[in-house]
Ligand binder design. Structure first.
Ligand SMILES: Nc1nc2c(ncn2[C@@H]2O[C@H](COP(=O)(O)OP(=O)(O)O)[C@@H](O)[C@H]2O)c(=O)[nH]1
Ligand SMILES: [Mg+2]
Length: 267
């Protein structure tokens, strides 16, 4: 496990974790943003919230500003335009780091990631570098997801696990807690994913860095309002990137074998 920093030991925030920022990326979530913010505030009153909005044409950013205007624990990061989930999260991580937060949570705006599960994830974060709210571990539930999404997630996770050799059931899942000490130990500058492969990329980097990754079962429910931003391009990016990383890993392993394991490093 990555060593705790001084800020982690500071008092305040969540017991055993410290100050926590929940980053909620939004693109056209006007029907959902108020509800998700209210649910997070109720479920975990000690955390702060950052809505990272990509200049949503439906006015999500304006609604988020109004919420921030009445609650000092709610903040908004306005970004210029739609640049993908990965870019929004990296900006959110940077925002948290600049302000000395001890942990960052990733959470979708559409209610699929129940804020009511957050206390269990934060509890697990006391003993982990990275916590993944998992749909595919014992005790988890997936509600109302169409068969094609279920199949895509199951197959995508199977492929990621086999290709990258990661002992993670839900490497594509986007409900997570990262200790800041863990994010500091990951080379975020090297992250290249734009879409949802961001989650797989960070899982891989955390695993390669020897971090303690803990999965906690969640109840994942299909959104009731607004539209999914999932697209064939996002799926293609994930497939392409996972395959590329797997080939890189094999080449490195072969190179190490030829050198008789002389360098011993897998970085
Ligand atoms: N800021 C930002 N948020 C995004 C972008 N794409 C998706 N999101 C948000 O990421 C979360 C997950 O997206 P969603 O459409 O629900 O994907 P799905 O659950 O896989 O169907 C939601 O909160 C979206 O609003 C983006 O390009 N920028
Ligand atoms: Mg969703």
């Amino acid at each position: 496990m990555v060593e705790a920093t001084d800020t982690t030991r500071r008092t305040g925030g969540v017991a055993g974790v410290g100050r926590v920022l929940v980053v909620i990326p939004t693109y056209n979530e006007a029907d959902n943003v108020s509800d998700i913010v209210a649910r997070v505030r109720r479920a975990a009153p000690e955390v702060e919230i950052l809505v990272a909005d990509d200049n949503s044409p439906d006015g999500t950013g304006v609604i988020a500003d109004a919420l921030a205007g009445t609650d000092p624990r709610v903040h908004v990061l306005h970004r210029e335009g739609k640049q993908g989930l990965g870019a929004a999260y990296l900006a959110g991580f940077g925002w948290a780091r600049e302000r000395g937060f001890d942990a960052v949570v990733e959470m979708d705006a559409d209610g699929s990631h129940a804020p009511e599960d957050l206390p269990a994830l934060l509890d697990a974060a006391r003993r982990a570098d990275v916590v993944i709210g998992s749909r595919w571990t014992s005790g988890a539930r997936v509600v109302n997801w169409p068969l094609r999404r279920l199949a895509l997630s199951r197959c995508g996770n199977l492929y990621a696990r086999l290709a990258l050799g990661m002992p993670v059931s839900d490497a594509t899942g986007g409900y997570r807690v990262y200790r800041s000490s863990a994010l500091d130990a990951i080379d975020l500058e090297s992250v290249c994913s734009q879409g949802y492969s961001f989650q797989v990329e960070l899982s891989r980097l955390a695993h390669r860095a020897g971090m303690r990754i803990v999965e906690v079962p969640i109840t994942f429910a299909e959104r009731e309002r607004g539209d999914s931003k999932m697209s064939p391009l996002i799926v293609a990016e994930a497939l392409w990137r996972i395959t590329t990383w797997a080939v890189q890993d094999r080449r490195r392993a072969i190179g190490r074998g030829r050198r008789g394991g002389a360098d011993g490093q897998d970085r």
